[in-house]
Design a protein around this ligand. Structure first.
Ligand SMILES: NC(=O)C1=CN([C@@H]2O[C@H](COP(=O)(O)OP(=O)(O)OC[C@H]3O[C@@H](n4cnc5c(N)ncnc54)[C@H](OP(=O)(O)O)[C@@H]3O)[C@@H](O)[C@H]2O)C=CC1
Ligand SMILES: O=C(O)[C@@H]1CCC=N1
Length: 270
């Protein structure tokens, strides 16, 4: 892509995205401007060829695509700061910020600015994000081009904007949920005889195998589970014990709470 990208708020997700786009050859590091207030934390990115800055307005002026990636509670200050530099004819605004509608962004930046909400996860750094995308005013052309952009760093699903907080819980927070499950499995592995490093390696590869079975076979989890659970066997014994202790229920309840929280992260007054 020849367009310049400014990532306003280059923290965990902003930097994961920047790394992923360069790794995927979608952009050159020199075409990505990374901003944050404390640019000392961006030294390694500057050394890798990214443009780093603590001047949001300058970054906006020098870019075509503006990616908002600050925390919800930091957003209003940023929008007030950059609104005068935003040109609706030149700029496409992408927001990865949880719980902030396209309308809320436009209220600060101007009615005619095209805004696309995108919800990636940190696996974007390695081209494995599950990214959800929604907009209420972007042109088909811009939706297609942003879809293509995020498809270079994972899978993309276009959804209705009212499901964006649900997507946040399932996909963005979901990375942490599955990581904790892997960690717990490795701790179980240590209790039954493995050293921590080998237990973790075994748990990680087993989790990857389980996910790949579903992706490559296109099957339902229960159908793959049925192949593991021998009658009177050890798998069904362990699985049922986990369910008696609320395994599925606790995952479902956690996802519901995260979705609720995701919808309440931002207030116009903050
Ligand atoms: N982490 C994740 O997995 C995901 C996060 N999100 C969303 O992305 C957003 C960022 O999350 P995350 O990356 O975790 O948060 P971080 O706190 O890691 O990143 C936010 C960054 O914004 C910078 N920042 C704050 N104020 C300003 C400002 N005025 N101008 C420029 N930069 C600023 C901060 O740096 P400094 O203090 O130096 O300015 C910081 O590096 C959130 O809205 C979150 O909901 C979405 C999907 C996944
Ligand atoms: O925890 C959070 O609020 C952010 C949004 C999704 C992932 N991290």
């Amino acid at each position: 892509m020849n367009k310049k990208i400014a990532i306003i708020g280059s923290g965990n997700i902003g930097l994961s995205l920047a790394k992923g786009l360069v790794k995927a050859d979608f952009a050159q590091a020199g075409d990505i401007i990374l901003t944050r207030r404390n640019i000392n934390h961006l030294k390694s990115f500057a050394e890798a060829g990214f443009v780093v800055s603590n001047n949001n307005n300058q970054a906006v002026s020098n870019a075509d695509v503006i990616i908002l990636a600050v925390l919800p509670q930091q957003l209003n200050a940023v929008l007030d700061e950059i609104s005068s530099s935003i040109d609706s004819k030149k700029h496409l605004v992408i927001s990865v910020i949880s719980g902030v509608s396209c309308v809320a962004v436009r209220e600060k930046l101007g009615d005619d600015v095209e805004v696309i909400r995108v919800m990636p996860n940190t696996a974007i750094a390695i081209g494995q994000s599950m990214t959800c995308l929604a907009s209420d005013n972007a042109s088909d052309e811009n939706i297609i081009s942003v879809t293509k952009m995020f498809e270079t760093v994972g899978s993309v699903v276009k959804i209705n904007e009212d499901l964006m907080t649900s997507a946040t819980a399932l996909c963005a927070c979901g990375i942490a949920f599955f990581l904790r499950a892997i960690r717990a499995a490795s701790q179980g592995g240590v209790e039954i005889g493995f050293h921590a490093d080998e237990a973790l390696k075994m748990a990680v590869q087993t989790a990857k195998g389980a996910a790949d079975l579903l992706l490559l076979h296109g099957t339902h989890p229960e159908s793959e589970i049925d192949k593991v659970t021998s009658p009177k066997g050890c798998t069904i014994a362990g699985l049922n014990e986990m369910e008696h202790n609320g395994f599925s229920s606790s995952l479902i309840k956690g996802i519901k709470l995260s979705a609720l929280k995701a919808g309440n992260l931002y207030t116009k007054e903050s």
